[in-house]
Design a protein around this ligand. Structure first.
Ligand SMILES: [Ca+2]
Length: 201
C-alpha cells in the first residue's frame, strides 16, 4: 500500500509541475489596441431643430468709447446687461458710442436678430444699429422686466430680415435713448421663431 501511495504522490507531483509550467508560460502578446476613434465634429450652431441659433451676451461686445457700461442684474442672462446714460437723437454713420458684435455663419442667407432688453419708462426704449454700413433706428415698447423683441426699422411690430454672407459678419449697436438695457442677442435663420418661443428658451 505504501508503494501505491508513493506512486500516486509521484504522479500527482508530476502533474502539478506540468500544470505550473503551463500556467507560468508567458502569455501571448495582446493584439494591438484599436486606434482611438477620432473625436466627433464640433456641433453646428443649431439647437434642437430650430435652425441656426447664435446666442450672444450683450456684455460680450466690443465697446469703443466708454459710453456703454456693464450693469449687474439678477434678472439678466449671465447676471449682466449693458446700458448707456448717453443720448443721441439722430443716427450717426460714424461709429460713436458703439458696441460691436462679431459672429460667423456657415451659410449665407436670411437672418433675424432678436434682442432681450428692458425699457422701464418712456424715452428708454430705442437704439440705433448698423449693418453693412446702414444705420437704422430700432424702437421698443416699455416693459418692467427683460423680454425679447427683434431688431426692427422704426416699427416694433415687424422684424427686419438681414441678408448675411457666409463667414465673418458683424453688427454694431449705437446708443440712442439713454437707459435702454440690453441683455442678450440671438441671430437665427428660423423665420418661424416667435417671441413667445423665445420666452420659453
Ligand atoms: Ca446678459
Amino acid at each position: 500500500m505504501k508503494k501505491a501511495y508513493a506512486m500516486i504522490l509521484a504522479v500527482a507531483l508530476v502533474l502539478m509541475v506540468v500544470s505550473c509550467a503551463t500556467t507560468a508560460a508567458p502569455a501571448k502578446p495582446a493584439a494591438a489596441a484599436a486606434p482611438v476613434a477620432a473625436p466627433a465634429a464640433a456641433p453646428a450652431a443649431s439647437s434642437g431643430g430650430n435652425g441656426v441659433m447664435i446666442w450672444i451676451e450683450a456684455e460680450d461686445g466690443v465697446e469703443n468709447k466708454g459710453l456703454w457700461t456693464i450693469k449687474e442684474s439678477d434678472k439678466a442672462s449671465g447676471g449682466k446687461c449693458i446700458v448707456t446714460t448717453a443720448a443721441k437723437t439722430k443716427p450717426l454713420p460714424t461709429v460713436n458710442g458703439s458696441i460691436k458684435y462679431n459672429f460667423n455663419l456657415e451659410k449665407a442667407g436670411k437672418y433675424k436678430i432678436f434682442m432681450r432688453y428692458r425699457a422701464t419708462s418712456d424715452g428708454n426704449g430705442s437704439i440705433y444699429y448698423e449693418v453693412n454700413g446702414e444705420v437704422v433706428h430700432s424702437s421698443y415698447d416699455n416693459n418692467s422686466n427683460f423680454e425679447w423683441n427683434f431688431f426692427n426699422k422704426d416699427n416694433p411690430g415687424t422684424a427686419v430680415v438681414f441678408d448675411f454672407p457666409a463667414g465673418a459678419n458683424s453688427f454694431i449697436i449705437h446708443h440712442r435713448e439713454p437707459k435702454t438695457e440690453i441683455d442678450k442677442l440671438l441671430i437665427t435663420d428660423n423665420m418661424a421663431l416667435t417671441l413667445k418661443d423665445l420666452e420659453k428658451m
